[in-house]
Design a protein around this ligand. Structure first.
Ligand code: NAP
Length: 545
């Protein structure tokens, strides 16, 4: 490695994935610099401090399975941990890795340029942040859900009251959670009913004087099944981590849920319904990822699941007009990310909660006093935006990334995403992506599945280092074939035929109204097999010079 470069490798992002990647590279003897736009580590868990924010993965399967010390010393307090606890966990992990010293903060990369002659990258930071740095390799752990997206509504900045996007929530200056904001005497609006909106609505309904939910397309939500983690349970988990790891590794999405291998209609109705009842009551993604194997691919089986959940919504929401508003009509159960909830539907039975159906009365503008729809001005003290992200590719698109010949990654992706294993794009040598488009970790329990990518890439880099390799890039044909594979897998699932962030649709971004195969949905075992095969065949598909 040439000493003319500032670093052997730069890791962008200090979330769970970036921290681990930087640690692996440092332990391998690389001169590594971690750069993070925020003032501290934690990634999404640092930014998303809205009330109600918690993991939808069982606590014990979220985190660093590879770190035996952490797994044994850490005890979770809830079955599904809340944001402050997850962030505390990340801080403890960073302490064990002693990784904070390898990062610089408040360093937002705005441009990355590859130099064909030196086979190295030049990273430039947002004005005033930092001086540029050079490095042989760049590992971008930017996060698939980190590029915050506000809605396109006119007058948004004229509102006189408080307004926050959930992913840029004010922080407690000394603790791990949110700032202490008081909504108790306030008229509050929430826009957005994805996983974030659902969690936020549950909490705001407890405290707001009045909560108005501005509802566009609802989602199919199922119970989270949270509760305190008992000491007994935690002791059991700690002595059985190998089993938990194996279960996650064998599952499609890295969670401790496995599909029932039978087709839905093969099972007698009584048994089928009893199974669905059991799954509905089960924890986490039991119903979504533990359903009958054709439930997310066969339209009739999927309709059966949707009818089952619709019935639950009608039972739980007293006002049947509101219940109908909360039942999705544009997509089937599980074809978009399923939000998990705790008494979410019961919130709509409260006197202090109302719903505005944006399909019949759209928002026309935000005014200084509130939200104007086609039929009324809703006067408000606070507007909370749970409107999501420019998902999967947004964080990369927001950096000006220039590969060979000055080609912009954004321009390439505008023609259609082409990656090899979701880890690299042709024409962008030495630039690696973690948990981006087509990555096996993006449609997965992220820390569990991103560790696989980190380990795989680290091994590849170690081999390259031994062989004196200075440049790694994928063959165009390999990237085309892998991308077609992603599209084929997605095409088999109903989620590939549904508008959501999974398929790149975003109504707040110009030109994002056509579905694309953004994810690898073949599942964790298939992705691992693919990685093993490439490695065992001398990193086939990669050009290393
Ligand atoms: P999201 O799923 O993209 O939901 C955004 C919501 O905002 C949707 O309900 C959307 O309505 C609405 N919306 C967007 N623009 C709007 C507009 N102009 N007017 C009215 N409504 C508008 O975003 P998210 O809820 O932040 O979740 C994103 C992902 O983050 C999740 O799918 C999940 O993977 C992850 N997440 C995880 C957790 C967890 O593990 N506990 C928690 C939160 C989030 P339409 O659907 O009609 O567009």
């Amino acid at each position: 490695m040439t000493t003319e470069l500032d670093f052997d490798a730069v890791v962008i992002g200090a979330g769970l994935t970036g921290l681990y990647q930087a640690y692996r590279l440092r332990e391998m003897g690389y001169r590594v610099l971690g750069v993070e736009a925020a003032e501290d580590i934690g990634g999404v868990w640092h930014h998303n401090r809205y009330p109600g924010c918690r993991i939808d993965s069982e606590s014990e399967v979220y985190g660093y399975f590879w770190n035996e010390q952490l797994m044994q010393e850490w005890s979770w307090s809830e079955r599904f941990a809340a944001q402050p606890e997850v962030l505390r966990y990340i801080h403890r992990a960073a302490e064990i890795m002693d990784i904070r010293k390898d990062f610089i903060f408040n360093a937002k990369v705005h441009k990355a340029t590859f130099d064909d002659v030196s086979n190295a990258w030049l990273l430039e930071f947002q004005q005033g942040h930092r001086a540029p740095v050079t490095a042989r390799f760049v590992f971008s752990a930017l996060g698939p859900l980190s590029a915050t997206q506000m809605p396109r509504i006119s007058g948004i900045n004229t509102f006189k009251g408080e307004s926050y996007h959930t992913a840029a929530w004010p922080r407690d200056p000394i603790g791990f959670g949110p700032a202490k904001l008081d909504f108790s005497n306030k008229r509050v609006a929430v826009i957005g009913t994805g996983s974030t909106g659902v969690q936020l609505i549950q909490e705001m309904a407890k405290v707001a004087k009045h909560l108005t939910v501005f509802l566009l397309e609802p989602n199919w939500c199922t119970p989270l099944g949270n509760g305190p983690m008992t000491q007994e349970r935690m002791d059991y988990i700690k002595s059985h981590y190998n089993e938990f790891t194996a279960k996650c590794d064998a599952s499609i999405a890295g969670f401790p849920h496995e599909f029932d291998p039978r087709n839905l209609f093969e099972v007698p109705k009584e048994e089928r319904d009893a199974k669905l009842e059991e799954l509905y009551k089960g924890p986490g993604f039991s119903l979504w990822l533990g359903t009958f194997q054709d439930g997310l691919s066969d339209p009739e089986a999927n309709q059966y699941l949707s009818d089952f959940v619709a019935k639950k919504i009608r039972q739980r929401v007293k006002n049947q007009h509101i219940a109908e508003l909360l039942i999705p009509k544009d997509h089937g159960f599980g074809t978009r990310r399923v939000p998990l909830e705790t008494n979410y539907y019961e919130v709509y039975n409260q006197d202090n909660v109302s719903v505005v159906d944006l399909n019949t009365t759209p928002i026309t503008r935000i005014t200084p006093d509130g939200i104007q729809t086609t039929d009324a001005l809703h006067e408000l003290d606070a507007i909370l935006y749970a409107t999501g992200f420019d998902a999967v590719k947004g964080a990369w698109n927001r950096i000006d990334i220039r590969g060979t010949g000055g080609v912009a990654l954004k321009d390439e992706w505008a023609k259609g995403i082409k990656t090899y294993m979701g880890m690299q794009c042709p024409g962008f040598p030495n630039f690696f992506m973690l948990v981006g488009p087509h990555s096996g970790a993006t449609f997965c329990n992220i820390p569990r599945c991103s560790a696989l990518a980190v380990d795989w890439l680290s091994d590849m880099i170690a081999e390259a280092k031994n062989g004196g390799v200075q440049r790694i890039e994928p063959e165009i044909a390999a990237a085309e074939s892998y991308s077609e594979y992603c599209a084929k897998l997605m095409g088999k699932m109903l989620l590939g035929q549904t508008n959501s962030w999974f398929t790149g649709i975003n109504k707040n971004i110009e030109g994002r109204d056509k579905r694309e195969a953004l994810l690898f949905v073949g599942g964790n075992p298939k992705f691992r097999e693919y990685c093993d095969d490439v490695r065992e065949n001398g990193y086939k598909g990669y050009i290393m010079t």
